[in-house]
Design a binder for this molecule. Structure first.
Ligand code: UDP
Length: 454
């Protein structure tokens, strides 16, 4: 059989796959520590929770069934929450029903796997593919893949080898994390990297093997662009001529809030600094917030600094729109949703020249990129933008257009869905090859075609 004939065969297999009765795909998104329905902005709840939720909702809009699995963190949490038709959060019991930091969750993963299998058996739900998020879920996914043979896609959200690169005392769990992060790259059917930088880090620091596809994170650009600056300032009681510098995110030392506060202490003109993000009083980010509060006091900035606490996703567009600039001063940032959320609200971004930020912020067009941990360079960049309203406005307009064209949830979800479909088709064809006993030559040609497909 020639290549054209093989192509036709693959096409007809595609057709028969889509005509299989009950063939509506059912996807399992697994996010052990990032509940997609959690309050965002508190300890442990950040970009990953948003990524999973937005992807789940967008896939459901495309007609897929999506179950998003996470760990129950409080005894009174419901097991199943329906977010939209076709999209549910499912909370499994694994370990005590209380908040547990990521570094202490590994021992409960076997329980998570059992709970997942029980759920599947109890409900008779048959999953087409699993998409795991962060290394803890990667371990769960590899276990399920080996038992059920399901195709698996993985998104890292953060890479241990990068995060701990310059750390003197990395946590004990980091050795296990590194092993799992290597295994998942080599064994998953596909890894989704949210930025070209992450893909490069994976190749350089983790493994040369395994398939990687770069698909960025997406956001609801309409939601974040829904408020004008005038309305936002009226609602928040901010004078129209105030210069507002905005930070949004968790209080975690790697977010670089310290560098931002030190940069603000060097600014020659008047401004207000809004630090948006919340924390639990018993959590690690509370310590970081207290540290930042004392730094603000030591540098004499308390009169111009506002700690807003956690702000809901519903109200965040108002804060983004009220800002003159949004600063993302991270030391390490695999993607950085905050940067694209701010740009969607037409607010230019000044970000550290690291990780995913290098690919979301266009230096000299939608804002500036500055070296990380360099408060002087950051102060110069902030000052130059605050002092130039025309530049600020043109960067803001360009930022909004850029984000709408590249990072909308629907566009991103379409690319992820395409990847899922090609993998489920692969699995379906492999099944046919197994059961139909094709000639070795035909089988080889089909395998070659499949390899070149995605
Ligand atoms: N966020 C929020 N409320 C807050 C602070 C942050 O909803 O008070 C959200 C923010 O909108 C963004 C997420 O938390 O979607 C942070 O994601 P990012 O990728 O920037 O950082 P991560 O927390 O994943 O490190």
């Amino acid at each position: 059989m020639n290549t054209l004939a093989s192509l036709n065969l693959v096409k007809s297999l595609e057709n028969s796959a889509s005509e299989t009765p009950n063939s509506q795909p059912v996807y399992a998104l697994i996010s052990v520590h990032g509940d997609p329905t959690a309050e965002i902005g508190k300890e442990g709840a950040g970009g990953q929770n948003v990524y999973v939720r937005e992807l789940g909702l967008a896939l459901a809009k495309r007609g897929c069934q999506v179950d998003m699995f996470t760990r129950r963190e409080y005894p009174d949490q419901e097991e199943i929450v329906e977010l939209a038709p076709g999209c549910r959060t499912i909370r499994l019991n694994a370990g005590p029903a209380k908040f547990i930091t990521r570094n202490d969750l590994f021992e409960y993963l076997p329980e998570f796997v059992e709970a997942w299998l029980n759920f599947q058996q109890r409900t008779g739900r048959s999953y087409t593919l699993i998409h795991t998020n962060y290394w803890l879920s990667a371990w769960v996914g590899l276990e399920l893949k080996s038992r059920l043979g399901l195709p698996q896609v993985h998104t890292y959200h953060s890479i241990g080898a990068v995060k701990y690169r310059n750390m003197e005392n990395p946590p004990q769990i980091s050795a296990i994390r590194n092993c799992v992060e290597r295994a998942i790259l080599e064994q998953a059917d596909y890894v989704i990297s949210t930025s070209p930088q992450e893909a490069e880090d994976l190749r350089q620091l983790i493994s040369q093997h395994g398939r990687i596809k770069v698909i960025p994170c997406g956001i609801n650009t309409e939601h974040f662009g829904s408020v004008s600056k005038e309305v936002a300032r009226q609602q928040l009681g901010i004078a129209s001529d105030s210069q507002i510098i905005l930070y949004v995110g968790r209080f975690d030392p790697r977010k670089g809030v310290e560098t931002l506060v030190r940069a603000c202490a060097n600014l020659p003109s008047a401004f207000q600094l809004y630090l948006v993000g919340g924390c639990r009083e018993d959590g690690a980010d509370f310590k970081e917030q207290q540290r930042i509060e004392s730094l603000v006091n030591d540098l004499g900035l308390e009169a111009v600094t506002v700690f807003t606490g956690r702000i809901s996703q519903a109200l965040l567009p108002t804060y983004y729109a009220a800002g003159d600039i949004c600063v993302v001063p991270s030391y390490y940032e695999p993607f950085g949703l905050v940067a694209i959320e701010a740009m969607a609200a037409r607010t230019p971004v000044i970000a550290s020249n690291v990780g995913g930020l290098q690919h979301t912020v266009v230096h000299g067009e939608t804002g500036f990129l500055v070296p990380p941990r360099d408060s002087k360079a950051l102060a110069i960049a902030i000052h130059s933008l605050l002092q130039n309203p025309t530049l600020k406005e043109s960067y803001g307009n360009a930022a909004q257009n850029w984000v709408q064209s590249r990072f909308s949830t629907q566009g991103v979800a379409a690319r992820v869905h395409e990847l899922y479909q090609s993998l489920t088709l692969d699995t379906f064809i492999q099944e046919i090859i197994k059961t139909k006993k094709l000639t070795p030559d035909l089988e080889r040609q089909i395998q070659n075609l499949l390899k070149s497909k995605v």
